[in-house]
Design a protein around this ligand. Structure first.
Ligand SMILES: Cc1cc2nc3c(=O)[nH]c(=O)nc-3n(C[C@H](O)[C@H](O)[C@H](O)COP(=O)(O)OP(=O)(O)OC[C@H]3O[C@@H](n4cnc5c(N)ncnc54)[C@H](O)[C@@H]3O)c2cc1C
Length: 397
């Protein structure tokens, strides 16, 4: 028989309890605590999650997709915040985040790819974004290790990178500085009190953690917390990505100066060179539930496609293979802010842009936790756009 829930006596009830200590939960907790809110976070392993796998491209411009113009505005707002955000985190914690303003080169290997890239370029220009079309020869002048077959590309100097593992570590440290209390345990169930209000969570060991407001930031697991009413459960699903890490030799000169990416036979592939010598090659995109197996096929396809772009990579040591889960939402955009259940907010569904969106997410969530309202730029990302209320409002009059 399981023991009844118990409430810890000594500690005061925090204003905010964040469920999930991935980069999204951590930045939310850090910014909330900085605004003077008494903040706690529950996660058995804060700083883990998808950031341990992610490439860390800050790619607002090269990741632009048709139909995602609203998300573009949020992505750009976050990209603009990155220099100040990274400097603040580094100054506070002493952690080097591997933030590199190196730019990105998206290249085409055949006529079809080139046509697609041309379309992306036109969309970028219509959206007022900075990108420059280069011939194959110009691409190779920038990146001499590119395959001779490269037919052209887009130079985007504004798309940078950060090391997400270092970011996660720094955010854990920043939370510590700001006085965030860590509960290193699973939250089993949302506690809902009288008057239909979220009042905290019940943890795996039966402890009740109470709080004034609860933020659910569980990444791809956000839709699985027991006790959350059906109408409020975030429609978030796991999207598997396999990633490889190779090591580049220190000399002579860098293998690549910037992130290089392409679509090869319909598969997205990118190579992200870190200052440390690590070369991240990613990523598959697979709808396989919570499976995080690294497969021979996944590794083979990534190496094959990356080799077509930069043949020299086959000489490099392969140091790590890993799979992680992107928290995908129905419109590929995050869910930020209050739900229709009083006291419960969401910060989830960041899908393939969670690293990029970390700075703006922290600010938006701190605003809403202190002021009760989503700032204007975040209103399109309210969780209320999904669910019963949204479905009703979409019906013809
Ligand atoms: C292969 C791959 C490549 C990527 N590349 C990029 C990229 O280049 N650029 C970019 O911007 N983004 C990228 N991303 C996306 C980015 O990594 C994610 O969007 C982001 O890390 C999501 O962070 P999160 O905190 O929302 O979720 P997660 O990282 O999943 O963290 C959720 C945390 O919540 C905890 N949790 C869940 N449920 C509970 C519970 N009930 N109780 C306690 N704790 C709980 C988990 O333990 C976990 O620590 C990539 C992702 C993948 C997988």
């Amino acid at each position: 028989m399981s023991s009844p829930p118990h409430t810890p006596r000594s500690s005061p009830v925090p204003d905010v309890l964040v469920v999930g200590g991935g980069i999204v939960g951590l930045v939310t907790a850090w910014r909330a605590a900085q605004r003077g809110l008494l903040t706690a976070l529950v996660d058995p392993e804060p700083g883990g999650g998808a950031a341990q796998v992610a490439a860390g491209m800050l790619a607002a411009v090269t990741e632009l997709h048709y139909g995602e113009e609203t998300l573009l505005a949020l992505n750009l707002a976050s990209a603009r915040r990155y220099p100040g955000f990274a400097a603040e985190l580094t100054e506070l914690t002493g952690h080097d985040l591997g933030y590199r303003r190196c730019g990105t080169l998206a290249v085409a290997l055949d006529a079809d790819d080139r046509a697609h890239l041309r379309e992306l370029h036109a969309l970028q220009q219509r959206s007022g974004l900075e990108s420059e079309w280069l011939s194959g020869r110009e691409c190779r002048r920038l990146e001499p290790m590119l395959a001779p077959g490269v037919r052209g590309g887009l130079r985007v100097d504004g798309d940078h990178q950060i090391d997400p593992r270092r970011l996660a570590r720094a955010l854990v440290a920043a939370c510590g500085h700001a006085g965030v209390v860590f509960h290193r345990v699973w939250a089993e169930r949302l506690a809902v009190g009288r008057g239909d209000r979220a009042t905290g969570v019940v943890t795996a060991d039966g402890t009740v953690l109470e709080a004034g407001q609860v933020v659910l930031a569980g990444g791809s697991l956000s839709g699985r917390l027991a006790g959350v009413p059906e109408a409020v459960l975030p429609p978030v699903r796991p999207v598997k990505g396999q990633v490889l890490r190779l090591t580049m030799p220190p000399t002579p000169g860098p293998l690549l100066n910037r992130t290089v990416r392409a679509v090869v036979r319909g598969n997205h592939v990118y190579l992200v060179p870190r200052e440390s010598g690590e070369l991240v090659v990613g990523a598959t995109s697979e709808e396989l539930g919570w499976d995080t197996t690294v497969t021979a096929g996944g590794v083979y396809e990534l190496l094959r496609d990356a080799h077509e772009l930069v043949p020299g990579i086959t000489e490099l040591p392969l140091t790590e293979t890993r799979a992680g889960l992107r928290p995908g939402s129905p419109d590929n955009a995050p869910l930020l802010g209050p739900t229709t259940l009083d006291g419960l907010l969401l910060a989830t569904g960041h899908y393939r842009n969670g690293v990029l969106l970390t700075p703006v997410t922290g600010d938006v969530m701190a605003d809403v936790l202190t002021g009760g309202e989503l700032p204007r730029q975040a209103r399109p990302f309210s969780p209320r756009r999904f669910g019963a209320a949204a479905a009703l409002s979409e019906q013809p009059a």
